[in-house]
Design a protein around this ligand. Structure first.
Ligand code: NDP
Length: 323
């Protein structure tokens, strides 16, 4: 037997129970991984509350790092003892051991520890595709990043600065503002009530070519008003709730805007894309251009406390759960 968090019905943090489960057997194309660290992500909350659907009972979690314990039939790409990590695929990471499809797994380079890896695979690969592919951020551009002191946010600020962009970070407190500034945000706006006016002031009226908005419902309309004509609205998360339906004509009225709702699942669906994204991330982390901040750790058995902290906006940077 081994241990995992299980949810029998969607609900609050208290529905997550630390239970005995049978040790998984790696099937064809899978390896058994003993988790050293599990990443906490906002998407775990969406699955727990039922905003995103999954069959019950379910073990939440998208991301972990650890050591390969056993190989399933046909696996040649990995060996027992390999240090590995993943951040995409099916839910099920809140467990001490897990059978993982090798298609979703990457080997960890030397110098990247288990906690850093568990903190960065999902949030860091997200930052990668957002600044490199959804919109290719250019040197000299000014961009808006919401939840700038959060897990994705701190990585996004550092990466955009590394490219040479000027980041306007949006946060909810002065302490978070300081943290965002220390991680590359040149300008920080506390609260989003007058964000378009602040962006107008900072950009001298030019507004910005792209807004990265992970907050969703509360910030969507204001974010549209931060964009220059032909700008790109990237709505990539729902921390405040899902964005209500939008009339396409609204995008015309606000300056022929583009709107995308991207997800890492698409950008890393092909193995080649997953590896390219992960390698780009490993490079910026190994060079020191992007630092992964694990600002909170919790025992995996107490995942409920981690969810409470995340949902009440008490966390900054990344959080890992230790089995
Ligand atoms: P964060 O560490 O960013 O935590 C969420 C942050 O959102 C909070 O700290 C808070 O920052 C802000 N926030 C604003 N309004 C609310 C609210 N009503 N309730 C809670 N938080 C709020 O989480 P992650 O880094 O894990 O994820 C960031 C976002 O990115 C999430 O929305 C997630 O779903 C999304 N995401 C999307 C992916 C994709 O591919 N589409 C992949 C990965 C993440 P503050 O207090 O400063 O406002």
């Amino acid at each position: 037997m081994t241990k995992a968090i299980r949810i029998h019905a969607p609900g609050g943090p208290e529905v997550m129970r630390w239970e005995d489960v049978p040790t998984p057997e790696p099937g064809p194309g899978e390896v058994l991984v003993r988790h050293a660290a599990v990443g906490l992500n906002y998407i775990d909350v969406y699955f727990r509350t039922g905003l995103y659907k999954t069959p019950m009972p379910a073990t939440p979690g998208m991301e972990a790092s650890g050591t390969v314990l056993a190989l399933g039939p046909g696996v040649t790409e990995f060996a027992v003892g390999d240090r590995v990590a993943y951040g995409t695929g099916a839910v099920g990471a809140y467990a001490t051991e897990r059978a993982v499809p090798v298609d979703r797994l990457v080997k960890l380079p030397d110098g990247i520890g288990f906690e850093t890896a568990a903190a960065m695979m999902l949030q860091g690969m997200t930052a990668q595709y957002l600044v490199r592919r959804t919109h290719r951020v250019q040197k000299g551009e000014t961009i808006v990043v919401h939840a700038a002191a959060g897990g994705v946010g701190l990585i996004l600020c550092q990466w955009a600065k590394h490219i040479g962009a000027s980041v306007i970070g949006v946060v909810s407190t002065e302490a978070k503002a300081e943290l965002a500034r220390a991680h590359g945000a040149e300008h920080v706006v506390v609260g989003h009530a007058d964000l378009p006016a602040q962006v107008k002031r900072i950009t001298g009226g030019a507004m910005v070519p792209v807004v990265y908005d992970s907050v969703g419902k509360d910030t969507f309309m204001g974010s549209l008003d931060c964009l220059a004509p032909l700008g790109l609205m990237v709505t990539y998360g729902n921390a405040s709730g899902p964005v209500p339906p939008v009339e396409p004509a609204l995008l015309a009225a606000k300056g022929s805007l583009y709107l995308t709702r991207p997800t890492l699942a698409t950008y890393a669906a092909k193995r080649a894309d997953l590896l390219a994204t992960a390698n780009d991330l490993f490079d910026v982390v190994k060079s020191g251009a992007v630092k992964i901040r694990v600002n909170q750790t919790f025992p995996l058995s107490d995942a409920a406390a981690a969810h409470i902290a995340l949902e009440s906006r008490k966390t900054t940077g990344s959080t890992v759960l230790i089995p």
